[in-house]
Design a protein around this ligand. Structure first.
Ligand code: ADP
Ligand code: 5GP
Length: 214
C-alpha cells in the first residue's frame, strides 16, 4: 500500500519544548519526517543558523514572499512575522514524507482551513510553573519578552481544544515516543486510505465474478 505523507502542525506555548522535541523526533526517525523551515523577521538567537532553525529575512523580503504567494500561511507573533514556505512542503508531501510545521495557533488554523486533512498537535509542559521555568532557564529572552510570551500563552491556551491531540512534554523521551505513535496511528485512519479501500472493493467485486477458483 503506497503511503501518502501527512501534513502535521505542532503548536504549543513558547518554552513548552517544541524545538527540543522536533530535534529529537527527527534524530530518532530521520526517514519518516521532514521538518519545514520557516521564514521569520526575528533576529537569530545565539547558535541559530540561517536555513536550519529559520530563514532569517528582512521585513521587506518577507512582504515580497507574501506578495508572490510563496508562503502557505504567515502570522505576526510578538512583533515579528513568521511564515511557512510553500515549495518545500509540497515537494516533501509528494515524496510521501510526513511534513511537520512547528507554528503558532493563528497559522495552524489557516493551514487547517486550506488543507483540512492536516493533523493538529498541541504541546504543553506539565504545568504553567514549569513553562515559566523553562523560558527563564533557556536564557534566550529578556524578562520583558518572557512576560510577553507568558501573556501570549494565556491567549493560546484558549485555542487548545481546536487541536486533535494534546501532548504533554514532561519526560522528553516518553513524549517523543508518544508523538511518533500518534502520527503512525493516524496513517491508519480510514479517510487517509481512500485509494486502498477503492482498490480492494474493486478487486473483491472482480473476484466475486470469477467462477471455479478458490
Ligand atoms: P519551544 O521551542 O517550545 O519554545 P524549547 O525547545 O526551546 O521550547 O525548550 C524550552 C526550554 O525547555 C529549553 O531550555 C529546553 O532545553 C527545555 N526543555 C525542553 N523539553 C524539556 C523537557 N521535557 N524537560 C525539561 N526541560 C525541557
Ligand atoms: P520563536 O521565536 O520562539 O522561534 O517562535 C515563536 C512562535 O512562532 C512559536 O510559537 C513558533 O511555533 C511560531 N512559528 C514559527 N514559525 C512559524 C511559521 O512559519 N508560521 C507561524 N504562523 N508561526 C510560526
Amino acid at each position: 500500500m503506497s503511503r501518502k505523507g501527512i501534513l502535521i502542525v505542532v503548536s504549543g506555548f513558547s518554552g513548552s519544548g517544541k524545538g527540543t522535541l522536533m530535534k529529537e523526533l527527527l534524530s530518532r526517525y530521520p526517514d519518516a519526517y521532514a521538518l519545514s523551515v520557516s521564514a521569520t523577521t526575528r533576529a537569530p538567537r545565539e547558535g541559530e543558523q540561517h536555513g536550519r532553525e529559520y530563514f532569517f529575512i528582512s521585513k521587506d523580503e518577507f512582504e515580497k514572499m507574501i506578495a508572490k504567494g510563496e508562503l502557505i500561511e504567515y502570522a505576526k507573533y510578538v512583533e515579528n512575522y513568521y511564515g511557512t514556505p510553500r515549495e518545500y512542503v509540497e515537494k516533501k508531501l509528494e515524496e510521501g514524507k510526513d511534513v511537520i510545521l512547528e507554528i503558532e495557533i493563528q497559522g495552524a488554523l489557516k493551514v487547517k482551513k486550506a488543507f483540512p486533512d492536516t493533523l493538529l498537535l498541541f504541546v504543553t509542559p506539565p504545568s504553567a510553573a514549569e513553562l515559566k521555568e523553562r523560558l527563564v532557564g533557556r536564557g534566550t529572552e529578556t524578562m520583558d519578552v518572557i512576560r510577553s510570551r507568558m501573556d501570549r500563552a494565556c491567549e493560546e491556551a484558549e485555542g487548545m481544544d481546536s487541536y486533535d491531540y494534546l501532548i504533554v512534554n514532561d519526560d522528553l523521551v516518553t513524549c517523543v515516543k508518544e508523538m511518533h505513535e500518534i502520527i503512525q496511528g493516524e496513517h491508519h485512519r480510514s479517510f487517509r486510505n481512500k485509494a486502498f479501500m477503492k482498490e480492494i472493493k474493486e478487486d473483491l467485486e472482480r473476484l466475486k465474478g470469477l467462477k471455479g477458483e478458490d
